[in-house]
Design a protein. Structure first.
Length: 146
């Protein structure tokens, strides 16, 4: 579910009603609760083949990434973005990952661990984590003004 700014207070009020008084850290919820699915990243053994596949399947243009976006290609219209990069040995190189945009990466990583998840690869712009059941996902810092 994508959450707009206008829905945030309503969601926090609902969360407050479910948690015993004093047990909810509202500031932590604010740092992570606006999280929107921002990117689905696909590692590829043959990046050109993968690029053709996703371009033709989805009918979208996968363009060269900007230096701040890393290596590979990415859609730059619509949400979530679709990205492709050459498979490597890193934590995001074994399987496709959803990336969620968060306001504050450091605080979001603390919340991941506090909720029983784990941080596989910490970072300032993006991070790889596992949820409480071991499923991998990524977090990325929300762009200013988003």
């Amino acid at each position: 579910m994508l959450v707009g700014k206008e829905d945030l207070d309503e969601l926090i009020a609902e969360a407050r009603s479910r948690v015993p008084k004093g047990d909810l850290d509202v500031d932590s919820v604010r740092a992570v609760s606006r999280s929107a699915l921002s990117l689905i990243e696909f590692p590829a053994d043959d990046p050109e083949r993968a690029r053709r596949f996703w371009t033709e399947l989805l009918g979208v243009a996968l363009k060269d990434r900007q230096p701040s976006e890393g290596e590979g290609w990415q859609t730059h219209s619509g949400a979530p973005a679709v990205g492709i990069h050459e498979r490597g040995l890193g934590p995001g190189d074994s399987f496709s990952l959803p990336y969620f945009a968060v306001i504050d990466i450091a605080e979001a990583l603390e919340r991941v661990e506090a909720l029983g998840g784990s941080v596989v690869h910490p970072g300032e712009r993006w991070a790889i984590c596992r949820d409480s059941e071991g499923s991998p996902f990524g977090l990325t810092r929300e762009s200013p003004g988003a």
